[in-house]
Design a protein. Structure first.
Lengths: 285, 335
């Protein structure tokens, strides 16, 4: 009798101990996980601040060996690339998202939904290869357009799925009220449903744009990169990410330092855009 | 429907009732539309067109790469997958070292990221109070938002020196005979790629498995608590019910690691070789694409590189289809 009660007690404490050990280790894992985040931010800010000055935003890169210079062409180039990508990707993504939520409750809709998810898992460099065969090969030279096409393909799944999910959140009674007033379905969707859901959709679009701004791999052999000023979309164009890649590999110390600054500017660019968007979408409430 | 009409003619009213915008609908259109509004039909067709476009895009990508790598496919056939030489000068191309490097670096990443990521998921879904969960979720998602080239930059100047000076000498001292840790510790090697990949796939694993775990109904937890289970025991029960979805999350993370390019190409050393030691440089499919694509001079060289892209595409498509089915299945089970 005594033995069993002792074993029971032992089991009880063992269970308690396991509980505490496992739960606290999961807490510590959570801490460990975010350490790299702080390390990356810390180094980017510390190293990046060194070259962060007006020149960086106003001057072109200097020839090898000459100190100074900036990356104004890369900043503009990144914006142009996102612009082309968004110009193609946003309409395609939003319209297919509208289809999925309003008309896509069938087998084909499920298939498209599934493929959009699968598409978002395809490596960006593979998308770059496709943009290369699609645009660069027929045109016979690298171009900003090819880079934009690659970024558009990368944005589409995010925008499609967010649009769909956000439209699904709009209460059904809104649609019913509009339809009951005799408004055609397409007007109901465009002017009532989309208007209600636009904040969510804007967030999704922004997420897609921000992700595209950080892409490097698909640009390496589409937009290529350019050390000179160019805004021609049929010519190679510079981008911050490709500059970061090339400057980090280079054996020159000031190039390495400029790579950090470019990284800092890229992070700032992404956060400013998302902050502005968040403020705009919030103030309308 | 009654139209209030003070002075207008009855004919105008009739016209309004007949067509949608005051125009008379032709009998031909009427036949197609039935009772539908013309705008509705155009709108539905338009959105359908774009949905079809998304559908075709995936097929088109595969076809585009297949047709552009035919040269290499015809020349090397299936031997492309098992040949270990990659030599642009003699135009002998084999993908095995790249496939090896891709899979091993991704598995290394999973070894580190799976235990951590799942613990984070458990922490976020079962343990953390709401005020802690929100910022933590936000931070882990921020981890996923950092561009991979910035991870690569950080890898070159922070992680690689640390591995070279601290971790790798330590590993060689502790396990002098292990085949895994032979060779000079340069820092630019398979280990560096695995570590940096683990940081990048962790947010995917943790956020998807968190969602899957959260979709397990509370009644299950309440039943377990009622029987006197401790929090950890409850978590185990929840876990076993979310098993297949969590497996899906891990496979999705694996898929992401396979295709990750920039961070890997910047730290892995880029040498097409197969060695047992994780302290040796290696290369991946994505890395070779990034390094050699714009330098490919001959048609065969270019075609072989595009075939590498095709291989990566096929592998990631299969992995993603499988993983998505698992995740979708688990989340739907409880709805």
């Amino acid at each position: 009798m005594e033995m069993t009660s002792r074993t029971k007690k032992f089991t009880y404490y063992r269970r308690k101990a396991t509980n505490v050990i496992m739960l606290s280790s999961s807490f510590f894992s959570a801490i460990i996980t975010i350490i790299p985040l702080f390390l990356v931010f810390y180094y980017t800010v510390r190293e990046g601040l060194r070259y962060l000055n007006i020149d960086f935003f106003t001057k072109l890169p200097t020839p090898i060996g000459e100190p100074g210079g900036g990356m104004v062409n890369a900043i503009v180039g990144t914006l142009i690339l996102i612009g082309i990508g968004g110009g193609i990707g946003i309409p395609v993504g939003m319209l297919s998202g509208i289809y999925l939520s309003e008309f896509g409750k069938n087998k084909f809709g499920t298939l498209v939904r599934f493929l959009a998810d699968v598409l978002s898992g395809i490596p960006s460099i593979v998308v770059g290869v496709v943009a290369y065969t699609l645009v660069v090969l027929p045109m016979k030279h690298f171009s900003a357009l090819a880079g934009g096409v690659a970024l558009a393909i990368l944005m589409i799944p995010t925008i499609t799925r967010t649009t769909e999910e956000m439209i699904n959140l709009v209460p059904h009674s809104y649609r019913e009220a509009a339809l009951a007033l005799g408004i055609p379905k397409w007007k109901t969707i465009l002017f009532i449903v989309l208007k209600t859901a636009w904040k969510g959709i804007a967030t999704g679009v922004l997420l897609g744009l921000a992700r595209a701004a950080g892409e490097t791999a698909p640009l390496l052999f589409t937009a290529l990169g350019n050390r000179f000023w160019s805004t021609n979309i049929f010519r190679p164009i510079a981008s911050l990410t490709v500059f970061i890649y090339e400057y980090s590999k280079a054996p020159f110390k000031d190039w390495n330092e400029q790579a950090w600054t470019a990284a800092l500017v890229l992070i700032m660019l992404i956060s400013i855009v998302s902050l502005v968007f968040r403020l705009i979408t919030r103030s309308k409430y | 429907m009654e139209i209030v009409n003070d002075k207008g003619s009855l004919a105008k009213n009739q016209e309004y009732l007949n067509g949608s915008n005051g125009k008379k609908t032709s009998p031909f259109l009427k036949k197609i539309l039935g009772k539908k509004n013309l705008g509705d039909v155009i709108f539905e067709r338009l959105t359908l067109l774009f949905a079809v476009l998304v559908f075709l895009l995936v097929l088109f990508m595969g076809w585009e790469m297949y047709s552009n790598s035919l040269l290499s496919i015809n020349k090397f056939g299936w031997k492309f997958l098992i040949t270990t030489t990659w030599d642009p000068y003699s135009e002998t191309f084999g993908a095995l070292p790249m496939i090896f490097g891709t899979i091993v670096s991704s598995l290394l990443a999973l070894i580190i990221a799976v235990p951590l990521g799942l613990s984070v998921a458990v922490f976020l879904s079962e343990l953390a109070p709401a005020w802690l969960e929100k910022p933590f979720s936000f931070l882990t998602e921020l981890l996923a938002a950092i561009p991979s080239v910035i991870y690569g930059l950080w890898g070159i100047f922070v992680l690689v020196p640390w591995l070279r000076n601290v971790v790798e000498p330590f590993l060689q001292k502790e396990f002098p005979n292990s085949p895994l840790f032979q060779g000079a510790p340069y820092g630019y090697d398979m280990l560096a790629a695995g570590v940096i990949l683990s940081i990048m796939v962790l947010p995917i694993i943790s956020s998807i498995s968190r969602d899957v775990i959260k979709s397990v109904p509370d009644t299950l937890r309440e039943a377990a608590y009622a029987l006197g289970a401790t929090k950890w025991e409850v978590t185990k029960i929840v876990f076993s019910n979310a098993r297949s979805g969590i497996l899906g999350a891990i496979i999705l993370g694996f898929g992401r690691a396979l295709g990750e390019t920039m961070a890997v190409v910047m730290v892995i050393g880029n040498r097409p070789q197969i060695t047992a030691s994780i302290l040796n440089p290696a290369t991946t499919i994505a890395g070779t694409l990034a390094n050699e694509f714009s330098e490919a001079t001959s048609d065969l060289y270019l075609s072989a590189i595009i075939e590498l892209g095709l291989i990566l595409f096929v592998i990631t498509i299969i992995i993603n289809i499988f993983a998505r089915l698992l995740v979708w299945g688990t989340e739907r089970k409880w709805k």
